[in-house]
Design a protein around this ligand. Structure first.
Ligand code: ZN
Length: 140
C-alpha cells in the first residue's frame, strides 16, 4: 500500500473535524460540519440507516439535514441553478427527478418522526456558522 498518509492532525478539534467530515463529499457539507463542531454540537454524517442518507444528523434534536447543491437540486432563484443550453430535455427530466426524489426522502424521514431541514450550498459557503446557528435555533 503506497498511499501517502494524510497529514497528522495538530489539535483535538482538528482531528475531530477530520473524522467527522471524512465521508462528506462536498465543500459545503464539510463547511457546515466544521461550523457545528466549532459550536460543540455532536452529529453524524451521511447516516445510511436513514432514508436518503441525510448529510448531517443531529440525533439529540431528531434533526436530519440535507446540504443541497444549488445546481443539482434546483435552488429557486439562485444564480448557481443555471439551466444548461444543450440537451434541454435530458436536463429537464434529470432535474425533475432529483427534486421529486428529494421530496420523497424528506417525506419518508418526516413519517419516521424526524425534523428535516434543507440548507443550500450557496448559503453554507457564504456563512456556514450562520446556517449552523439557524439549524440549532429552530424547534428546540
Ligand atoms: Zn443557491
Amino acid at each position: 500500500m503506497a498511499e501517502p498518509k494524510p497529514p497528522r492532525a495538530e489539535d483535538p478539534l482538528r482531528s475531530k473535524i477530520m473524522r467527522a467530515v471524512k465521508r462528506s463529499s462536498t465543500r459545503a457539507e464539510r463547511a457546515l460540519a466544521e461550523a457545528l463542531l466549532r459550536l460543540g454540537v455532536s452529529f453524524e454524517t451521511n447516516d445510511r440507516s436513514l432514508p436518503g442518507t441525510p448529510d448531517i444528523v443531529l440525533p439529540h434534536k431528531r434533526l436530519a439535514v440535507f446540504v443541497h447543491g444549488c445546481f443539482w437540486h434546483r435552488h429557486p432563484g439562485c444564480p448557481r441553478a443555471t439551466f444548461p443550453k444543450t440537451h434541454v430535455d435530458y436536463w429537464a427530466k434529470k432535474f425533475k427527478a432529483n427534486v421529486e426524489r428529494d421530496k420523497r426522502k424528506i417525506q419518508a424521514l418526516e413519517e419516521m418522526g424526524w425534523n428535516v431541514k434543507v440548507v443550500w450550498e450557496c448559503e453554507v459557503l457564504r456563512d456556514a456558522e450562520q446556517v449552523a446557528h439557524v439549524l440549532l435555533a429552530d424547534d428546540g
